[in-house]
Design a protein around this ligand. Sequence first.
Ligand code: FES
Length: 347
Amino acid sequence: MAEKKKMSVAEILAAARAADGKGAAANPAAPEPVAEEPAAAGAPAEQPAAKPKPAAAGAGGRPSVADILAMARAKKESGESAAATPAAPKPPAKPAAKAAAAKPAAPKDGPKTGVQRDTASILAAARAGAKPGPVSKAEAPARPAPRPKPPVAGEKPVAVVPPRPAKPEPQAKKGGDEEDRRGFLQIALGTAMATGFTALSVTGGLFTLGLARFLFPNVLAEPPSKFKVGFKDAFPAGKVETKYVPQYGVWVVNGDFNGLQQIYALKTVCTHLGCTPSWLEAEQKFKCPCHGSGFYKDGINFEGPAPRPLERYAIRIADDGQLEIDKSRAFQEELGQWADPDSFVTV
Ligand code: FES
């Protein structure tokens, strides 16, 4: 059994050209048998024999690759036929036929490759290394987001500026001049009403204050009408006490009236026009600064325009033994009231 020898395409072509040259020199009509066509790498058996084609090299031009291959196949076939003769052993046909049946048919016109693969294997390989292409909406969420490109050294990062929102369109003016007039009238009317209400409120407030002032007048802090000035020993004979003048308007005098030593309280009001006379210790008299009226120590007027003597207040000895003066009661000499025991205290 002849040993199969694997040959490349280049060797086959070289062998075909060599055989072609020899055959053309000896007998261009009868091609010589050539060595058996080597099987492709990994091919389990020989390829089926092709029908010989007429050589085109005899035409004088250079044969093409297809012609060379056809010639090689024709020589191979002729070699097989020569092996059927008694001079050359005939290779067994059955194994070749079986191998040809087991081997898938190769394309006649397509380019020959070192490894022949079927369509399923080619599709599987394409799918395995296929890059992700367009996806449907259902597959979109599962698709990972594209990674940002890493910054290149020396290149400044570009800031991503969000798009500027569109400016709102200004609202169209409604109404025009009519609206302006209405607004002006409303403002004017509102201002006038506000001014009127303000003036009315101020007037009402002032009226309320005046009414309250009328209903609740100022209350003068007047001293009580009755007050105590001490014991009789504090007022010796001939003594005119002036210390109660500022607060009570009273002179407390220990003097003689109509031959009777008494302690009495003289009112510090001039009987002319109401001025306050002054006690002159050196002159032993009361002198009015307004018009010059003069009064003796007992209160009898003796000079000036004063028409009558000074008045007396009621005086008595209180329960505690002190002298108590009551300004609510007054006694006039011209009316004979100084004779009233309530107008003096006997010493
Ligand atoms: Fe005293 Fe006129 S008021 S003299």
